[in-house]
Design a protein around this ligand. Structure first.
Ligand SMILES: CC(C)(COP(=O)(O)OP(=O)(O)OC[C@H]1O[C@@H](n2cnc3c(N)ncnc32)[C@H](O)[C@@H]1OP(=O)(O)O)[C@@H](O)C(=O)NCCC(=O)NCCS
Length: 330
């Protein structure tokens, strides 16, 4: 069976930084509350000149450059996102419109678990020997659906994009296991009630209506602590290795307390857990690929390392996988 090695990676972040101190002047909150409850200190927020498409395209270009590939060498583009710029045209097609090429292009909807789910989908096209090179992107601009008068949600989220290039390898590299799960009955703990006024025409029709993210924080927290540890442990077990053979955990960056709980469950020391939630907040589907790219850029992961990815989010859905890092066998 061919394997799907990760040969390139890249990220893109909005220019605007929103700090906890900025939020103190917007809602009834404090830097101390936000840091102690979430670990977040600042996040990036899209401006008028930025979009899901612009971030995803910039991350994709960086990943292609790292892999030494051009868009016309890519067979398939899979995008994990919950915030596409258009509801009819897939975000993957909007990215392709910018990049060029004629690869197959479609989206995967699994909210914050979107990138890990898309990585699993994209890898399987290579594992099945259908395609040789796949571009996988995780991107979200969730702050467009955040109510900046609601202190219980507006402190949590940021925007961003991360991308990887997958290439056919004869060595055991890339995603070696996948664990997907969902609790659809719990969807009302984290959802956006309709998005009717996304386009200006709809805003005129429904002037009072705002499609803001709704969240039951305590329920999501409880769910997250449970599934992050369980899904990561299952992904490791599927490859037949022990927790002590894990070199790096790349968890979804929603809350430092949730990340710490997952690390404890796997018995991993802090230096084997990637954390950027303090700088970026929860970037939804972008959080895992951004963290993975940071770990790779800082050479914190190396050829042959076992890297565990795990994410959870709206759905309620979760996704985990074990990646063997490196480009052997390309
Ligand atoms: C949201 C979250 C940080 C809240 O932390 P918590 O410890 O559960 O806090 P609580 O909900 O108990 O709130 C405690 C109090 O702080 C208040 N509070 C909420 N947000 C606040 C803020 N930004 N600043 C100050 N106070 C705040 C609440 O109103 C509550 O006040 P009350 O007791 O007077 O009602 C936490 O539940 C969480 O992270 N949940 C998961 C959310 C998540 O990850 N979502 C995305 C999934 S992809």
């Amino acid at each position: 069976m061919p394997f799907a090695a990760i040969t390139g990676w890249g990220t893109a972040l909005p220019e605007r930084v929103l700090t906890n101190h900025d939020l103190e002047s917007m809602v009834d909150t404090t830097d101390e509350w936000i840091v102690s409850r979430t670990g977040i200190r600042e996040r990036r927020i899209v401006g008028d000149h930025e979009s899901t498409t612009s971030l995803a395209t910039a991350a994709a270009r960086a990943a292609l450059e790292k892999a030494g590939r051009t868009p016309d060498e890519i067979d398939l583009i899979v995008v994990g996102t919950a915030t596409p710029d258009d509801f009819l045209v897939s975000q993957a097609c909007l990215v392709q419109a910018e990049l060029g090429g004629s690869a197959g292009a479609f989206d995967v909807g699994a909210a914050c678990a979107g990138f890990v789910t898309a990585l699993s989908v994209g890898s399987q096209f290579i594992n099945a020997d259908v395609y040789h090179r796949v571009l996988v992107i995780g991107v979200d601009t969730l702050t467009r659906y955040v109510d900046y008068t609601d202190r219980s949600t507006c402190v949590l989220f940021g925007d961003g994009a991360g991308a990887v290039v997958l290439e056919r390898s004869t060595e055991k590299r890339g995603l070696l296991s996948t664990v997907l799960g969902a609790d659809g009955a719990g969807y009302k703990h984290l959802y956006v009630p309709g998005m009717a006024n996304l386009v200006p025409e709809s805003a005129d029709l429904f002037p009072e209506y705002r499609p803001y993210l709704q969240m039951n924080g305590k329920e999501v927290f409880r769910f997250a602590v449970q599934v992050m540890g369980d899904a990561a442990a299952a992904a490791i077990a599927k490859v037949g290795i022990g927790f002590d053979q894990v070199d790096m955990l790349i968890p979804h960056q929603a809350n430092l307390r949730i990340i710490d709980a997952a690390a404890r469950r796997l018995d991993l020391p802090r230096d084997k857990v990637w954390v950027n939630v303090d700088r970026l907040g929860n970037t939804s589907a972008a959080s895992v690929p951004i963290a993975l790219a940071e770990a790779a850029d800082s050479e914190s992961i190396k050829e042959g390392d076992n890297v565990v990815l795990v994410a959870f989010g709206a759905g309620l859905a979760w996704a985990a996988g074990l990646v063997r890092w490196g480009t052997a066998g390309i």
